[in-house]
Design a protein around this ligand. Structure first.
Ligand SMILES: C[S@@+](CC[C@H](N)C(=O)[O-])C[C@H]1O[C@@H](n2cnc3c(N)ncnc32)[C@H](O)[C@@H]1O
Length: 280
């Protein structure tokens, strides 16, 4: 019997795989384990206030919901270009920096890194156990990227992909062939509160996050409280004009943001209202 044929080099080089297939290789990410460790950390907390703090409740954005959100942001951004919303703004970049405020075990950060050609993806999380889980998955993610670099060309979430604007600034999928991109290699997690990790007022945390670098901000804020969302709106003022801020269940009440669209999408706990804002 003849040995099985070895795959030719052309089949090994750059076969496109779906972002979901790549994402599903990250086996250390486990929703139930994250939910459990969040509950244990809340219970074990010596600070009673924190133990009963509903803002720390755990839930996740499913992969396909984040896919819908990123597609919607891309559509909003393209429409903005066509309507000259960005005519006098030259540094906004839909492929720039994605930030998840309250990143939990990291699911949306890794999903964004697979789904869209962001140059960097950042997560900020207050709970030590969840932050630690996200670092474990980050190790797995980098190992996967390093071990099979040639294979990791992902099909774009939009048909065709590639640059669609005359100046090329909106859709510059920098990773090579049209209709594909590589998973984002610059993925980073910060441990601390999203309310005081800001580079201008960082005090209790060592990490520093610079809001001015964020192009797409996501806050799975259903469990947050109004005053927390108001604080985030104030911090978000430091974002660049034209940048996107997506919040759940609470709309940003700020003269610095316009509500572009709202939607109702499926989350791990049921449906939630999703608000798409643009920094004015
Ligand atoms: C509903 S979960 C969302 C997790 C993740 N973003 C997702 O969608 O899969 C909200 C997360 O925000 C975190 N969180 C709550 N308050 C925070 C704060 N002040 N700073 C950082 N993270 C916070 C919680 O611990 C929790 O992990």
């Amino acid at each position: 019997m003849s040995p099985p044929e070895r795959p030719s080099s052309t089949t090994r080089l750059n076969p496109k795989i779906s972002p979901l297939a790549f994402f599903e290789c990250l086996q250390s990410m486990d929703f139930e384990a994250a939910q459990r460790s969040s509950a244990i950390e809340r219970k074990e907390s010596t600070q009673r206030r924190q133990a009963s703090d509903t803002t720390l409740y755990y839930g996740e954005i499913p992969f396909h919901t984040l896919e819908q959100i990123l597609e919607q942001i891309t559509a909003i951004h393209e429409e903005g270009y066509h309507n000259n919303v960005y005519a006098d703004i030259d540094d906004i970049d839909i492929n720039g920096c994605f930030v998840d405020l309250g990143s939990g075990a990291g699911r949306p950060v890794f999903a964004a890194a697979c789904l869209h050609p962001f140059r960097s993806c950042i997560g900020i999380e207050i709970m030590s156990s969840l932050y630690a889980s996200s670092l474990v998955t980050l190790g797995e993610y980098h190992k996967k990227l390093d071990s099979e670099a040639d294979l990791h060309v992902l099909s774009d979430i939009r048909e065709g992909g590639g640059s669609s604007d005359s100046d090329g600034s909106a859709m510059d999928y920098s990773s090579g062939e049209a209709g594909s991109h590589r998973p984002t290699s610059e993925v980073q997690f910060f441990h601390g509160s999203i309310l005081d990790i800001d580079s201008e007022c960082a005090s209790s945390t060592e990490s520093v996050f610079d809001w001015t670098k964020a192009d797409v901000v996501l806050a799975n804020s259903t469990c947050y409280k109004q005053d927390m969302v108001d604080q985030l709106s104030r911090l978000g003022r430091r974002m660049r004009r034209g940048a996107h801020f997506v919040s759940f269940s609470y709309q940003l009440d700020s003269a610095f943001f316009e509500l572009v669209l709202s939607d109702r999408l499926c989350m791990s706990w049921g449906d939630a209202d999703v608000f798409y804002h643009r920094r004015k």
